[in-house]
Design a protein around this ligand. Structure first.
Ligand code: HEC
Ligand code: HEC
Ligand code: HEC
Ligand code: HEC
Ligand code: HEC
Ligand code: HEC
Ligand code: HEC
Ligand code: HEC
Ligand code: HEC
Ligand code: HEC
Ligand code: HEC
Ligand code: HEC
Length: 351
């Protein structure tokens, strides 16, 4: 794979109009006008008197670190003509500056600017665009050698396991081998840290309060397989310890989700499908007012609706009888008088 971007180096772009320099320097130089920065020129006072500013008008403006250098660092023996403009000539042929010995390519300017070797602008070169493998999280902070070794930039397998197998085998909390975890680390891990695992459950379990629960709250002792998903298998103790209302004596069904839903953040505010309206109005009273035994299929209306008064409301109502089932049958909404309470829908009379 070729890691280089196929774009022309900034330094190369500068080599478009290569005609100006000598004149320019003459113009920029104060005093002695007769000397020339010419071919095979001997050490020249002209050059020494020039400035970084006057250099801006050559084809090689001095930027970054270059601007602070003494002229003779580049113009060896203060020979000006024929000074190379190609980074590689100065930084590799003259001086072996490349830490990677050309293994990333000889065209330094594809990836670097004279600001600093350390900072490679991602617009010039990035692992993602040039290699097709994005370095994220902790990987971004690593030295290239951490993954590539010192031998060279040969392709490595991008598979996490190829570099992290011993980490996988060495896990204790939880022991991945025993837990039977797949070796596809990204199913649960990012490249940030091993300690913020997440797992895409397909069921309801990661909603509400469950979303913030730690893996080990549900998967005790690192056992993942066979975790039950029925509410009561994890919440039986909660059920047994209820007092208001006491679920056990009340005989509440064990499917908590019927009343508590599947995304609750707490136990309060249970919302169950109670056909008889008890959320507001006259009948928003304690459960035990109607459910006087532990069996919630049984209810009693008569405690509040005394016989004499109730009977008096029903003079001439066919099918009326003074019993709770009958009341509910004619008054399923606990409201009076309307079509819902018509005798046609009433059960057989009797007490
Ligand atoms: C980082 C390296 C570098 C430094 C530092 C530098 N130069 Fe240069 N200079 C060059 C390069 C490269 C060229 C060739 C530009 C071209 O080919 O157009 C050049 C060209 C010149 C020329 C024109 C030579 C010609 O062919 O006519 C003069 C004069 C010159 N520099 C003067 C100076 C002076 C004076 C200084 C110090 C203030 C200086 N340079 C510092 C790299 C440098
Ligand atoms: C294909 C892109 C590419 C090319 C071409 C390239 N480099 Fe680099 N170079 C890099 C990257 C990437 C780094 C690592 C930067 C990092 O550690 O984040 C680097 C690091 C360096 C460093 C070490 C910086 C430090 O101290 O950490 C030096 C020095 C360097 N390059 C010099 C050169 C020279 C000289 C050339 C040309 C002969 C060159 N490079 C060509 C991409 C390149
Ligand atoms: C004419 C020779 C010459 C050319 C051409 C040249 N450089 Fe330099 N550059 C130097 C010299 C000399 C230094 C000072 C080296 C030192 O002191 O370590 C320097 C310094 C640097 C530094 C700072 C190194 C540090 O230690 O901080 C960077 C980065 C750099 N050059 C990048 C480039 C790039 C990129 C190019 C091509 C666009 C380039 N240079 C072209 C001569 C040149
Ligand atoms: C976390 C590990 C890791 C780090 C750190 C890393 N690389 Fe890589 N590198 C890879 C992997 C994996 C591949 C192969 C990607 C692929 O083929 O899909 C690769 C491929 C490359 C290639 C292409 C090699 C080829 O022949 O195809 C280059 C060049 C390269 N990396 C340069 C670098 C440089 C420069 C750095 C430092 C700035 C670096 N890498 C840091 C993992 C890493
Ligand atoms: C080419 C080798 C390589 C590949 C591929 C690779 N890593 Fe890494 N990874 C490393 C190196 C080297 C380190 C730093 C040393 C260490 O902590 O093991 C590291 C560190 C980590 C860390 C930080 C560990 C810590 O101690 O905090 C995590 C998390 C991580 N990698 C996750 C992943 C994941 C997830 C994948 C797959 C998407 C992956 N790695 C692919 C080489 C690799
Ligand atoms: C099914 C999910 C899952 C998969 C797949 C998975 N892990 Fe983990 N991993 C976890 C959980 C859960 C933890 C405990 C940390 C936490 O709760 O965030 C953990 C913790 C770790 C730890 C730190 C704990 C220790 O005992 O050292 C390492 C290292 C680790 N995993 C490596 C890996 C590697 C390497 C892979 C892939 C080869 C991998 N894991 C695949 C879920 C997973
Ligand atoms: C609120 C309880 C709960 C929490 C918290 C929880 N899980 Fe689970 N998990 C379950 C239940 C229930 C199942 C079985 C049903 C299913 O697969 O959805 C399960 C199944 C799994 C499985 C599949 C096991 C198999 O059968 O192969 C894995 C792997 C897993 N969980 C990993 C995790 C990881 C990793 C975390 C933490 C990031 C986590 N779980 C947090 C309840 C939980
Ligand atoms: C695999 C075990 C597991 C299953 C199955 C499970 N839960 Fe949980 N649940 C937890 C854990 C762990 C917590 C957080 C710790 C705690 O508060 O007990 C929790 C918390 C809750 C809370 C918040 C309790 C509080 O104190 O704030 C509610 C409400 C809840 N679960 C309802 C349900 C419902 C409804 C179901 C069935 C649809 C269910 N859970 C199934 C393990 C489970
Ligand atoms: C028939 C409906 C219903 C079912 C089924 C049900 N609950 Fe409740 N639960 C309620 C109601 C109503 C409340 C009171 C809500 C409030 O105070 O806002 C309640 C409150 C609670 C409380 C807090 C009250 C206390 O005394 O601690 C807990 C804990 C609780 N339920 C656990 C469970 C568990 C565990 C299950 C399943 C095993 C379950 N519930 C099934 C209706 C139900
Ligand atoms: C004003 C009377 C009244 C009150 C108060 C009342 N209920 Fe009911 N309940 C009924 C009636 C009537 C039915 C039968 C119709 C229906 O399912 O809504 C019933 C049915 C039920 C059932 C269904 C039993 C079954 O499986 O058939 C449950 C569970 C229940 N109630 C729980 C409660 C709880 C919990 C409370 C307190 C929060 C409560 N009820 C308050 C009248 C009442
Ligand atoms: C806790 C006491 C209490 C219980 C138990 C009770 N009710 Fe009521 N009900 C009232 C009160 C108070 C009123 C308003 C005064 C009245 O009309 O007697 C009322 C009014 C009504 C009305 C007339 C509503 C209207 O629109 O004027 C109907 C119908 C009714 N209840 C039916 C029922 C049925 C059916 C049951 C049993 C499932 C029931 N009640 C259980 C206290 C209760
Ligand atoms: C056969 C059907 C039937 C039965 C059984 C029945 N009701 Fe009624 N109830 C009615 C009708 C119809 C009316 C309206 C009578 C009218 O407006 O003259 C009514 C009126 C009422 C009213 C007065 C409502 C108002 O608007 O003032 C109350 C309270 C009431 N019923 C409660 C009960 C109670 C409590 C029971 C059980 C003991 C019961 N009913 C049994 C059909 C029935």
């Amino acid at each position: 794979m070729n890691p280089h971007r196929s774009k022309s180096a900034p330094a190369m772009a500068l080599a478009v109009a290569i005609i100006v320099p000598a004149l320019l320097i003459l113009a920029a130089r104060p005093g002695t006008g007769q000397e020339k920065a010419g071919a095979a020129a001997p050490p020249s006072r002209v050059g020494q008197q020039g400035t970084a500013e006057s250099h801006d008008r050559t084809n090689f403006p001095l930027t970054g670190k270059h601007r602070t250098l003494a002229c003779r660092e580049c113009h060896i023996n203060l020979v000006f003509e024929g000074t190379p403009t190609d980074c590689e000539v100065c930084h590799w042929q003259r001086r072996q500056d490349d830490r990677y010995s050309l293994r990333l390519g000889a065209r330094c300017a594809d990836c670097h600017t004279p600001q600093s070797w350390k900072k490679v602008d991602p617009a010039f070169w990035s692992h993602e665009t040039n290699v097709g493998y994005k370095l994220e999280g902790i990987h971004r902070t690593l030295d290239c050698e951490a993954c590539h070794g010192s031998a060279g930039f040969t392709a490595r397998s991008p598979d996490c396991l190829s570099c992290h197998e011993s980490d996988y085998r060495g896990t204790r909390e939880p022991n991945h081998v025993e837990a039977g975890f797949p070796t596809t680390c990204p199913s649960c891990h990012s490249q940030r840290s091993w300690s913020d695992a997440s797992f895409a459950h397909t069921g309801f379990l990661r909603q509400g309060r469950h979303a913030s629960a730690a893996c080990s709250d549900c998967h005790k002792n690192g056992v993942f397989q066979g975790t039950p998903s029925e509410c009561v298998s994890c919440h039986l103790a909660d059920y047994n310890s209820t007092t208001d209302p006491n679920h056990r004596t009340a005989g509440f069904p064990l499917d908590c989700s019927a009343c508590h839903g599947t995304a609750a953040t707490g136990w309060s505010g249970a919302n169950f499908d109670h056909a008889f309206p008890i959320q507001s109005g006259r009948h928003a009273v304690a459960c035990s007012e109607c459910h006087q035994t532990s069996d919630f299929r049984v209810f009693n209306c008569l405690g509040c609706h005394e016989k004499p008064t109730t009977d008096s409301h029903h003079t001439g109502v066919t099918g009326y009888s003074y019993n709770s089932q009958a009341c509910y049958a004619c008054h399923p909404q606990g409201s009076g008088g309307g079509p819902a309470a018509r005798p046609a829908e009433a059960p057989a009379a009797g007490r």
